[in-house]
Design a protein around this ligand. Structure first.
Ligand code: S3P
Length: 456
């Protein structure tokens, strides 16, 4: 039976307030849904397509604001990218080293991946000058993590605080190879240097302290780059100069977007949701391991390999019984953190529904995401009655205290907006999330899907 007035969106430009009012009898959350294409893979498909020779086709691209930023930047440098859609995007590559010097500032919008990966491309593109910027969130995020190793390769970059922050200016030049031991496990740092290494004569190696997502490695190999991976030392080497050949890329659903529904299914009594076609690359499935540790009932169905990436349908069923919290607390720390870094905001929501104290450590990176996700999540969930204490590198969440509806704010961070919406589904009373339009960065149809699963 339809549940009226559960969700409403008040669009008073420029900001949208999302109101969620579950009925006192609770929600019936069920159905089969799909999530949009993986954001990381979408960026890489557009970028490698633009840098390759010949045509690349992309099926399943994410139509969020972030990939639009990537497409706009590479169009401005000469790539012919068709209108973005989920069925069939074509990219006529320009070839490595043949980018055109853009006439205007390249704008990465809200997207750290666009900016950091692109810096590796620009810095290694001889004889072209580039200026790059982003929105206010991106202009406050650290760029030194890529600027420093690029400079060790001979790159020429300028900007505020010794090029620590965008806007940045880049004079492309011929670089020298480097073996870089990254102090952080970051796919953006790794991918930036791999892209710089494509154009650089010799072996460019990146060693990271723990394995971060490996989509760049998989896709670069598929495009024909000379690349070797040493899993024992978390090292990857590209030997340049190398050429890329256009490919047919199929983008799976984004596990980071699926994570919202997985947590919803784990905390809303009676829920039974199946999320079809989700990418389950092992460097991204930390969220499944964490939810399994917490006692959630999640199964992988129809496991398959699609264009070099593992894919499955994920089914989540509410596993609580009686009055006890449906989940149990866990500790998340160490090597698992890079494999679930983007899912920590929604895992914090899960932890408020768990028996015991959940501890999240080694996640200081959260402070330099689209917002300071430790402070923002702790403050916003505490408004709803959670008991979260911030730590410098994580948080402690005393679970089992029922949440109540409140007025909260996304701080313009897409994943905060969606995590708070999931908390609202299982809270008593009405929650209003301000600046909810942020969801469009990675999940423009989030509210539509929310309505769909609440009405089936
Ligand atoms: C991404 C890498 C991660 C992740 C981000 C996307 C990527 O960041 O948090 O949302 O596509 O490479 P870091 O590499 O900075 O950890």
């Amino acid at each position: 039976m339809p549940l009226p007035n559960v969700i409403s969106l008040n669009a008073s430009e420029p900001h949208h307030a999302l109101t969620i009012a579950p009925p006192p009898t609770g929600l019936a959350l069920n159905g089969r849904i799909r999530v949009p294409g993986d954001k990381s893979i979408s960026h890489r498909a557009l970028m490698l397509g633009a840098l390759a020779e010949g045509e690349t086709t992309i099926a399943g691209l994410l139509l969020g604001e972030d990939p639009h930023s990537t497409a706009a930047c590479f169009r401005a440098m000469g790539a012919k990218i068709s209108a973005l859609n989920t069925e069939h995007v074509t990219v006529q590559g320009i070839g490595l080293g043949r980018l055109l010097e853009p006439e205007d500032v390249l704008n990465a919008g809200n997207s750290g991946t666009t900016l950091r990966l692109m810096l590796g491309v620009l810095a290694s593109q001889p004889a072209c000058f580039f200026t790059v910027t982003g929105d206010s969130s991106l202009r406050s995020r650290p760029m030194s993590r890529v600027v420093q190793p690029l400079r060790q390769m001979g790159a020429e970059l300028w900007g505020r605080k010794d090029a620590a922050f965008a806007p940045l200016a880049v004079q492309g030049t011929t670089l020298r190879p480097l073996h870089y031991h990254s102090p952080i496990a970051s796919a953006q740092v790794k991918s930036c240097l791999l892209l710089a290494g494509l154009m650089t004569e010799g072996e460019t190696t990146i060693t990271e302290p723990a394995l971060s997502r490996d989509h760049s490695e998989r896709m670069l190999k598929a495009f024909g780059a000379n690349l070797t991976v040493d899993p024992d030392t978390h090292s990857v080497t590209v030997t340049g100069p190398t050429k890329l050949n256009g490919q047919a890329v199929v983008v799976p659903g984004d596990i980071s977007s699926a994570a919202f529904w997985l947590v919803a299914g784990a905390i809303v009594p009676g829920a039974d949701l199946t999320i079809e076609n989700v990418g389950v690359n092992p460097t991204r499935t930390g969220v499944l391991e964490a939810l399994a540790l917490m006692g959630a009932d999640i199964t992988q169905e129809k496991q398959r390999l699609v264009a070099g990436e593992p894919v499955a349908d994920l089914r989540v069923r509410y596993a609580g019984t009686g009055d006890r919290p449906p989940l149990r607390a866990c500790t998340l720390a160490g090597d698992i953190i890079p494999r679930l870094i983007d899912e920590i905001p929604v895992l914090a929501v899960a932890a408020t529904f768990a028996e015991g104290t959940t501890v999240i450590q080694d996640a200081a990176e959260l402070r330099v995401k689209e917002s300071d996700r430790i402070t923002v999540m702790a403050n916003q969930l505490n408004q709803m009655g959670a008991r979260i204490t911030e730590q410098p590198d994580g948080m402690e969440i005393v679970g089992g205290t029922p949440l109540t509806g409140a007025t909260v704010d996304s701080y313009t961070d897409h994943r905060i907006a969606m995590s708070l919406a999931i908390a609202a589904l299982a809270a008593a009373g009405t929650t209003t999330i301000h600046r909810a339009e942020a969801v469009a960065v990675s999940y423009p149809d989030f509210v539509t899907t929310l309505e769909q699963i609440c009405l089936t």
